[in-house]
Design a protein around this ligand. Structure first.
Ligand SMILES: [Zn+2]
Length: 502
């Protein structure tokens, strides 16, 4: 009797479990991460907190994968400091991302900010897998895959979940697509849509589900889904604010930059490996999440190394400059390189007052590298994030004709780092005005100018060097005078904001 009861009981158990038998695959998504430590006075973000989240989720589900959808080697302010006599250049990012157990990334446009040799070092240091379906290395016209320790980066990756109970082994295919923004000569960018389709065609018979890691504009992500509806989930980047869009049955998500949030996606498959459901949850990375001690130690080490370089230059990185409270200062590339914006105006104003007795101030928008929005408490480190290259402010006396030419060159190239931001200029239907009067081509004006702009190296500004006949006089700041704010534009901005704050 007892045996029969046992058999019946087991049979009931098996049928119950087969009814509810599903496999869950979890993806933890970050995108556009440039900071390893928490921001805004420690309130948000921080990769040591992300590590805690990863560990907690992995404890309940071994099929958990951590994704970063591009943009992490640059632009990172810590990366502009030096360590072991070399510019850090994103080495701190790769080191910490290795430590938290990142699994898969794709390129973002900022991965190509540095020269090829730097990218190659970062590729070789990374323990995570790079997937690149549409970007390749261009060596004098010869197109090959980028390599990680001499192994070609794959155009896709297959995650294989072994069979359990009665289920079949499950295979999830991942593709990686990168935007062709600020193109670099050593990169070959293929069409997003045809590249994705080509890869899908080559793997469709061996996968149960296709997902994408992308670094595209949201409109391009939507178009990608329209072209390839087989994509079930797109974990995107490039935009820095969280979003979730549904196109047909496909989910497209982006988390907030700098791991202020992460997306947790749970893909639930039935025993025939049919995708039943995707549950996507946006998780805030904040003070409620304890920092993983080992990761925190590594983060602190890198911050100490990089901050030493900043202290040596006369900064106090952790000092608060201003509390913006709920206001934001938009430093995104798509803002500062396309329109006269509040942040550009602010930097221009700071230059104008630091240079003293000038008519106008202007600089190349490419000097702003934060590609992010500032809000809340702004520290000196945040100003370094905005203007990582610093540079001197030069006081330049120049002819009105040259001033006009500079303004026209700057405004003729929206999207480029040579698009200029200014203070003291008025655009009217009659023409450009300085000090309430149209620019007189024969008059001499005094301007506060970013030194890089006068190097002739800025895009389309080859003519703008100190020996241009339109330049009458250039006054350099005195490096020995520690009170001369013109020695570093960041000192000028910090000083201006602190005064404003009072
Ligand atoms: Zn980007």
């Amino acid at each position: 009797m007892l045996n029969i009861f046992k058999i019946v009981f087991i049979a009931v158990l098996v049928s119950c479990s087969s009814l509810s038998q599903t496999t869950e695959v979890v993806f933890i998504q970050m995108n556009d991460v440039y900071e390893i430590a928490p921001l805004e006075g420690g309130k948000y973000g921080g990769l040591a907190r992300v590590k805690t989240v990863i560990d907690n989720i992995k404890q309940t589900n071994p099929h958990t994968y951590v994704i970063l959808s591009g943009d992490f080697i640059s632009p990172s302010a810590l990366g502009t400091s030096t360590y072991e006599d070399k510019r850090i250049n994103g080495r701190q990012m790769v080191d910490v991302l290795n430590a938290i157990g990142l699994d898969y990334v794709t390129f973002g446009n900022h991965e190509f900010d540095y020269k090829y040799e730097v990218l190659q070092d970062r590729l070789n240091e990374s323990k995570f897998k790079w997937i690149s379906s549409n970007t390749f290395q261009n060596t004098n016209g010869e197109i090959t895959a980028f390599k990680q320790n001499s192994i070609a980066l794959p155009e896709y990756h297959l995650i294989k979940i072994p069979a359990y109970l009665k289920g079949m082994p499950l295979t999830v295919g991942i593709i990686g697509i990168c935007i062709d923004a600020n193109k670099q000569p050593y990169v070959s960018y293929n069409d997003y849509y045809s590249s994705a389709k080509k890869v899908y065609t080559s793997i469709k018979d061996s996968i149960d589900c296709l997902i994408g890691i992308t670094h595209l504009n949201i409109d391009e992500d939507k178009k990608l889904v329209a072209e390839l509806p087989e994509l079930k989930l797109i974990m995107g980047g490039h935009e820095h604010v969280n979003m979730l869009h549904k196109v047909g049955e496909t989910i497209i998500t982006k988390a907030d930059a700098n791991a202020i949030t992460v997306y947790v996606h749970r893909l639930i498959f039935d025993e025939q490996n049919k995708l039943l459901e995707i549950k996507s949850e946006l998780l805030s990375i904040d003070e409620n999440i304890p920092e993983d001690p080992k990761t925190k130690k590594l983060v602190d080490e890198w911050v100490t190394r990089a901050f030493k370089g900043f202290y040596d230059k006369g900064f106090d990185p952790l000092k608060m400059v201003i509390d913006l409270k709920k206001d934001t200062l938009d430093g995104k590339d798509e803002t500062v390189r396309y329109s006269q914006c509040a942040l550009g105006y602010l930097i221009g104003t700071a230059m104008f007052y630091a240079a003293k007795d000038v008519d106008i101030a202007f600089f190349n928008s490419g000097a702003i590298r934060i590609d992010d929005k500032l809000t809340g408490e702004i520290t000196q480190y945040d100003i370094i994030r905005v203007l990582p290259f610093g540079g001197k402010i030069l006081k330049v006396e120049l002819k009105g004709s040259l001033l006009k030419q500079i303004i026209e060159t700057g405004f003729s190239q929206p999207g480029s780092g040579g698009y200029i931001q200014y203070y003291g200029l008025e655009q009217t239907a009659a023409g450009y005005k300085v000090k309430n009067a149209l620019i007189d081509e024969n008059k001499v004006y005094s301007a506060a100018v970013a030194d890089y702009l006068l190097s002739g190296m800025e895009h389309n500004f080859g003519y703008l060097t100190k020996d241009n006949p339109g330049i009458i006089k250039v006054t350099e700041p005195n490096p020995a005078d520690k009170n001369d704010l013109c020695n570093d534009v960041r000192f000028a901005v910090i000083n201006y904001l602190e005064k404003w704050n009072r």
